[in-house]
Structure formats: C-alpha cells, structure tokens
Design a protein around this ligand. Structure first.
Ligand code: FES
Length: 83
C-alpha cells in the first residue's frame, strides 16, 4: 500500500527501512524521501514508525490472533449444552 503518493513510497519500504535501523522521520526522509512533497503522509508515516519500533522492541506484532476467546465460544446465541 502506498503511504506517500508524492514519492511513491509503500508501507513495506518504510518497514524495511525501520528494520534496517531508521528510527526517526528524518531518517526515513533521507532514505526514502517520504513526506518531502506535500507532507500529507507524515502523520501516517509517524504512526507506522511508532508501531514498528514498538513491535521491534517487544518482539511482537499487532495482529489479531487466529483463535480468540470469541472464536472458542462459538457463534452468538449458541451455547454449549450443560448437563
Ligand atoms: S503524500 Fe507524501 S509527501 Fe505528499
């Protein structure tokens, strides 16, 4: 997905740059020129940067687990029989 239309920067390129050591908007601008046109993408770029750095720090990603307590409970209105 394109994050920066002006410079044709995709989210994967941002994530790769962050994985390779970019830790600031300035570093991303130097590497990819993201946000150096109209600037409309800077807030989203910052959001991606913050989330990726947090995920890298904790070793986790913000993903929905394949199975959750809601999945295990079954569809709404259907409950396990109690006897
Ligand atoms: S959309 Fe990124 S600088 Fe314009």
């Amino acid at each position: 997905m394109y994050v920066c239309v002006c410079r044709a920067v995709k989210s994967r390129a941002l994530e790769a740059a962050i994985d390779q050591g970019a830790t600031s908007i300035t570093a991303l601008q130097k590497r990819l020129a993201v946000g150096t046109g109209c600037g409309q993408c800077l807030s989203f770029t910052e959001e991606i940067l913050r989330e990726k750095l947090t995920a890298n720090d904790t070793g986790t990603r913000n993903v929905v687990p394949l199975r959750s307590k809601f999945y295990d409970a079954g569809p709404p209105g259907r409950h396990a029989a109690t006897s």
